[in-house]
Write a protein that binds this ligand. Structure first.
Ligand SMILES: NC(=O)c1ccc[n+]([C@@H]2O[C@H](COP(=O)([O-])OP(=O)(O)OC[C@H]3O[C@@H](n4cnc5c(N)ncnc54)[C@H](OP(=O)(O)O)[C@@H]3O)[C@@H](O)[C@H]2O)c1
Length: 363
């Protein structure tokens, strides 16, 4: 797995052209040349841009606004979009992708991810769920398809964190593998270029690696300066997977249900704030620089044009110093924000029970 930060595509790529016109590719002149955005190489040889746009509106940004942001982001030079059925906006994003593709950007320049939601873990439901996402996105293949969570435990939108699905179950590896086989068949059929997982732990990944014919290309996992997950991060990379980091800014806009009093705020951390001040940028930019330099692929969400551009600019800005990287390693607080309480399967459990903290999968 090689990162593209060194070499030809490490050159900072801020467009210097002025004016309000568009390039022949339909990009505004104040965007970033996508050819200068760093990338990582997937197991099939495809390049995944080292920054993607998250598309979960956190229950507060409408599907229409997210879809507009996708068009704005593509115009600025984003080529990687992290989608999911459960975000409830794939149809809207599909329309945006059609617009983008008619503006001279080719399908093979885009990197599009979707994810199988927890209520589609029955073997027979996997392919129809995939086809729905593919159809909603208006595409004939996906670059990446993920199993969103390793639990089949569905919850209705907006329920309290104490709510449990009646048929909620723990992780059952044999059931997970039934889903995985379906994902493998999508690769065999040319409908998906790479498959992967999300919210997995080392014990679960060990089983998946043991039994998968097509190994997972990525683990999408929570990663930000206050939650660096060093053991899992190293394990993922040592096994040739790309770590995709969700909530890379510490998810400041996450829904109320995902907040607890002990959560810390990355972008208010004094080390980050001082570094940002020295560079004349927002602390969010430091989170993105740190993420890419460390070797993960951050997928920040934004519905603000200013922030969309700032985040992409951060991806092509000068590297942080070794001293900065060491200082940022030192601010890890092991503070998981997306705890997943609603996916627990028994009364009386705590969210830690989802994450195999003692190295054992709870059954
Ligand atoms: N696989 C999974 O289970 C999973 C779980 C959670 C999330 N995800 C993915 O990860 C993506 C990102 O995660 P997230 O939305 O939780 O958190 P995030 O990207 O860390 O934070 C997004 C928030 O930060 C703000 N923001 C963005 N850029 C900024 C900047 N430059 N300066 C200041 N504020 C900025 C945004 O507000 P504005 O809109 O105002 O910019 C938004 O409120 C999601 O959209 C989703 O695609 C995946």
């Amino acid at each position: 797995m090689s990162a593209g930060r060194s070499g030809a595509n490490a050159t900072p790529g801020v467009r210097t052209t002025t004016g309000t016109g568009s390039t022949p590719e339909g990009q505004p002149s104040n965007g970033i040349d996508p050819a200068t955005v760093p990338y990582k190489v997937m197991p099939d040889g495809a390049r995944i841009p080292a920054i993607g746009l998250g598309t979960f509106g956190s229950d507060s940004v409408s599907a229409e606004r997210v879809a507009e942001a996708v068009i704005e982001a593509a115009g600025m030079g984003y080529r990687h979009f992290d989608c999911a059925a459960v975000y409830g906006n794939e149809k809207h994003i599909g329309k945006s992708l059609r617009t983008i593709l008619t503006k001279g950007i080719h399908r093979d320049e885009l990197f599009i991810t979707s994810k199988l939601w927890n209520d589609k873990h029955d073997e027979a439901e996997v392919i129809p769920a995939f086809e729905k996402s593919l159809g909603d996105l208006g595409l004939d293949y996906l670059d990446l398809y993920l199993i969103h969570w390793p639990f089949p435990n569905h919850h209705a939108p907006g329920v309290a964190v104490t709510s449990r699905a009646k048929d909620a179950r723990p992780y059952i590896h044999a059931d997970y593998m039934k889903i995985w086989r379906r994902l493998e068949s999508l690769v065999d059929g040319g409908l998906v270029r790479n498959i992967g997982c999300s919210n997995m732990t080392i014990p679960k990944l060990e089983l998946l690696f043991r039994d998968a014919r097509i190994k997972p290309a990525v683990n999408e996992m929570e990663l930000h300066p206050h939650f660096q997950q060093p053991r899992l991060f190293d394990w993922v990379r040592d096994h040739g997977m790309v770590p995709i980091g969700f909530s890379p800014l510490g998810s400041p806009g996450r829904p109320e249900r995902d907040r607890t009093p002990e959560d810390s705020v990355d972008i208010e951390d004094p080390v980050l704030v001082d570094m940002a001040r020295a560079q004349g940028v927002h602390p969010a930019s430091i989170c993105i620089q740190w993420a890419i330099q460390r070797g993960q692929v951050p997928i920040p969400f934004s519905a603000s044009k200013k922030n969309l551009l700032a985040n992409l600019q951060a991806a092509v800005s000068s590297p942080l110093t070794a001293q900065d990287m060491t200082a940022l390693e030192g601010i890890d607080r092991n503070c998981r924000l997306i705890k997943g309480q609603v996916f627990l399967w028994e009364e009386g459990q705590t969210w830690e029970d989802l994450w195999d903290v003692d190295g054992v999968i709870l059954g």
